[in-house]
Design a binder for this molecule. Sequence first.
Ligand SMILES: Cc1cc2nc3c(=O)[nH]c(=O)nc-3n(C[C@H](O)[C@H](O)[C@H](O)COP(=O)(O)OP(=O)(O)OC[C@H]3O[C@@H](n4cnc5c(N)ncnc54)[C@H](O)[C@@H]3O)c2cc1C
Length: 394
Amino acid sequence: MNLKEFGLIYDENRVKIEDKSVIESKLKEIVGESNASSKNIDLLAYTKDSTLIGFNWLLEGKISGLADFITWPETVEHISAILRLANKEKIPVIPFGEGSGVVGGAIPIWGGIIVDMKKFNRIIGVNDKDLTVTVETGTNGMNLERFLNANGYTCGHIPQSLYTSSVGGWIAHRAAGQFSTKYGKIEDMVLGMELVLPQGDIIKFKTIAKASTGPQFDKLFIGGEGTLGIVTLATLKIWPYPEKRAFISYAFPTFENSLEATRQILRQQIYPAVIRIYDTDETFRHFGHIEKAKDKVMVVFICEGNGRLVDLEELITKETCEKNNGVECGEEPVEHWFETRFKVTDTSSTPTFKMVFDTIEIGFLWDKAADMYHSVVEATKKVKGVVLITAHVS
Ligand SMILES: Cc1cc2nc3c(=O)[nH]c(=O)nc-3n(C[C@H](O)[C@H](O)[C@H](O)COP(=O)(O)OP(=O)(O)OC[C@H]3O[C@@H](n4cnc5c(N)ncnc54)[C@H](O)[C@@H]3O)c2cc1C
């Protein structure tokens, strides 16, 4: 079977490797016979990540990118040796976590060597006093969260892709989670890291709360999409598992009302773990069964943590929503969101209808928030072929 017969999307600018069998032997010397492969079945498994148009290409019988070798290193020294070899031979290297990225970072567009981090899956330990966990970066997000929950903690980083992403992928793409209003984004959580630079040097950023002098160089590597080095170990901040959770939801007449209510809540230094504003179309998609939310903008909140503080946060959140024309919708919409928050079956089935579903994320400040929302929606509607655009803010 020649994989190129499938129709290769990224076919140009592929690296030319003179003698593949020599490189494969060297890779096997580094990682062991069973930890390197150039078999078609393995190459095929690493042709794509979750970039959404990739699913449409697959249905057309096309593959996105094609690597020359797949490796499954087990130690940081393995990764260092792979990078030294690749650097010497000028062969591209693509770190691979779990392939849930949606911007093509793990697609081997120039061919080369995939470094799959699957075998870096050990949770080294928790420091209860410091509230940190040290973990190998190939560790699956849900496995980490389950381990922490069982021991009375939470990581606080809960992306929608929790079940299908790795700690290294979170760091490499500067992830945000559903609970980030309280716990922060991944760059707020990484306190220490070990990584291998492209030339093969192993460097360690020791675990510190904050740097006291000079620039903090470790932050450079967060969001590097694997281009600046391969992260092998990370120490992350963690939190005690919340003692109490309050589920709150309000429907607002306009998007502006919902933004103003959430702005005022945060201004009072109340940080619900979850705040999600759904525009009217997205409210219909998710909460069409709730009469009070008909043609409205739904906002769901979860306050969590120490029980007494949660009671106060709940009170202030509700008061502020009501002052801004919010109508209380109770716990049910939040329970519905909580139960379905990892489900993506409706959007992932769009390629079968010959439609492309995609998402964009935009960061903004309050002053421009409403204008930004309306102008992006209007501009996108004008693009030929766009069927539906919906938005949420979190
Ligand atoms: C349905 C769905 C929901 C999603 N929800 C969210 C969300 O809520 N929040 C969010 O932030 N993202 C979300 N994403 C995006 C995606 O899950 C993230 O990009 C995720 O963190 C990627 O992790 P991964 O292990 O799958 O990485 P991969 O897709 O394998 O790789 C992503 C990038 O990181 C690099 N990389 C991987 N591991 C390492 C490493 N150890 N060292 C250096 N570079 C590395 C790769 O080369 C690539 O460039 C979602 C994606 C999907 C499909």
